[in-house]
Ligand binder design. Structure first.
Ligand code: ADP
Ligand code: ZN
Length: 529
């Protein structure tokens, strides 16, 4: 570039091009970077992959002193620092994984002003020696990454984050930039309040991911359904498959390999080197599928992930959005596919009941799950519903499964009453409770050994539900559970009534249900080949 051009380039743009080798800022980046460079506080809400890191990395390089980055992702710090060092940025980190000598080296570099960026685990700040250390160097800014961790209402609360409000009291002149990819209206406010970001400028990017096709299908035999999806639409594509348990990760990966799909497992039970190897193969090689628990993906930056499949229900819309958001970062059409069934609802409800923590915490988890279930059972556009969850509006996308094949609504009040009555009768007349399978057998009038054994064929409700088939009854149970009109209890998934059941039983509340479309959604609208 000639001298004149160089003179007109801002230091921020010059740094972007010289250090990171990018041509231009994206979206709000330029504005955010200038704001922080000039000493302002900022709250940045940007989806995963939006480019949050540069929003603090560039100001840290342009402003005098060291940019201190608070991040809970300890496992990623080494990678982040290595990546920065590769482009010549002087970066270091301090967390619990280091020994004394390693820590000392970073501390010395910080004090000597030989660092541009210092990554800190939040709990480091509760150690007085860290605070004293920070006092001995010059701080360019504080970046609070994953800022939603400060929210007690969020899905990822970390108590250590509450202390971050003291940063401003201790270093009032240092600008702070808080960043997150997950923020509903409520969390957004809470971050601002808890971190004392009263004067911060808010930068809210759109959460819309138009190139992702959202599809949520009834779960029958998940592995086969997955294989079908991969064979018909994603042959040779890179993708991520999420499962809830380590065991199902292993089983699913084996299943895919046996069926000729190159798949690698990834979960916290694998030793560190295997995990590292599988992750780096996924990043470097083409067309690999990683089958993983949610431990995988934090900070994964692979642009051409063509699909993200969930074989188990995520616990929150935030989690679902973040996980599916790893697809299609290159802007090309990609699929977010989730198989969801009755068992998921029962399992997650049970997990919440059994979870440690107080009543408030359980209620919160239940609220997150309810929002996720509402997304699964919606008859509206999935994408607008996700956006609405994040407080943003949008038009029906025309691309998701419900837009392409609008599910019918039907009046399920009478079936719901029949089902709930069966639960009531078992309880009142027999002091018994049973799982969905037995209740459905009773409704269908099936004389199975278990029905005969418990003489359930003598119940008045025996055989009153032959107007629906078994899968339809399962859908009724699932949807009642999803709406809290029915609940599960105990280790065997016994069905019990909820406070809401009464209104359905006495006819004061109608139950509109979703009929599963017979035809599945078509492949993404724009074909790549
Ligand atoms: P986030 O933290 O928001 O998930 P990252 O900061 O990890 O996102 O950025 C995602 C990817 O986008 C990275 O590979 C990053 O290098 C790239 N990126 C960010 N900003 C730009 C830009 N202005 N030009 C080109 N690539 C960018
Ligand atoms: Zn849609």
């Amino acid at each position: 570039p000639d001298l004149a051009e160089q003179a007109t380039r801002s230091p921020a743009l010059e740094t972007l091009q010289r250090v990171f080798g990018y041509d231009a800022f994206r979206g709000d980046q330029a504005e955010i970077v200038e704001h922080v460079i000039s000493g302002g506080d900022a709250l940045v809400l940007m989806p995963t992959g939006g480019g949050k890191s540069l929003c603090y990395q560039i100001p840290a390089l342009v402003r005098p002193g060291v940019g201190v980055v608070i991040s809970p992702l300890i496992a990623l710090m080494q990678d982040q620092v290595d990546a920065l060092r590769n482009v010549g940025v002087r970066a270091g980190f301090l967390n619990s994984t280091q020994d004394f000598a390693q820590r000392q080296e970073v501390e010395d570099a910080f004090v000597a002003g030989e660092l541009d960026l210092l990554y800190l685990a939040p709990e480091r700040l509760s150690v007085e020696s860290t605070v004293r250390l920070l006092d001995r160097g010059k701080i360019a800014l504080f970046a609070i990454d994953e800022a939603h961790c400060v929210s007690q209402w969020g899905h990822d609360f970390r108590p250590d984050y509450l202390m971050l409000s003291s940063l401003h009291e201790r270093w009032p002149d240092v600008p702070r930039i808080a960043l997150t990819a997950t923020a509903t209206e409520a969390t957004h406010k809470e971050i601002s309040q808890r971190l004392g970001l009263d004067n911060a400028k808010h930068f809210v990017a759109s959460f819309d991911r138009p190139n992702i096709q959202y599809r949520i299908v009834p779960k029958n035999s998940p592995q086969k359904q997955l294989l079908e999806l991969l064979r018909t639409e994603h042959q040779g594509d890179a993708g991520i498959v999420y499962c809830l348990s380590r065991a199902s990760v292993e089983k699913t990966a084996d299943f895919l390999v046996q069926n000729g799909i190159p798949a690698l497992p990834y979960h916290a039970g694998l030793d560190k080197s295997t995990r590292a190897k599988n992750q780096s193969r996924f990043l470097r090689e083409e067309g690999l599928v990683v089958v993983a628990t949610i431990a995988f993906g934090m900070g994964i930056d692979k642009p051409d992930v063509r699909f993200v499949a969930h074989l188990d229900l995520p616990k929150s819309v935030e989690g679902y959005y973040q996980e599916t958001g790893r697809a299609g970062r290159d802007g090309q059409p990609s699929t977010a596919w989730l198989a969801y069934g009755l068992q998921d609802v029962m399992q997650l409800r049970k997990m919440i009941d059994k979870s440690e923590g107080d009543e408030m915490h359980r209620r919160l988890q239940a609220r997150h799950l309810n929002a996720m279930l509402a997304l699964c059972e919606t008859v509206e556009c999935r994408r607008t519903q996700i956006l609405a969850y994040f407080g943003q509006s949008g038009q029906p996308c025309g691309n998701c499964d419900t837009c392409q094949t609008p599910p019918e609504r039907w009046d399920g009040t009478i079936p719901a009453q029949k089902l709930l009555s069966t639960v009531v009768r078992l309880r009142n007349e027999r002091r018994q409770s049973f799982g969905a399978g037995q209740i459905i057998d009773i409704l269908l009038g099936k004389t199975t050994p278990k029905v005969t054994q418990f003489q359930h064929d003598t119940l008045k409700v025996f055989g009153i539900g032959t107007e629906l088939r078994e899968p339809e009854w399962r859908a009724v149970v699932r949807q009642l559970l999803a709406r809290n009109l029915l609940a599960v209890e105990g280790d065997y998934g016994s069905l019990v009534l909820t406070e809401g059941s009464a209104a359905v039983l006495n006819g004061s509340q109608e139950v509109q249900l979703r009929r599963e479309p017979e035809r599945p959604a078509r492949a993404p609208r724009t074909s790549r080949r």
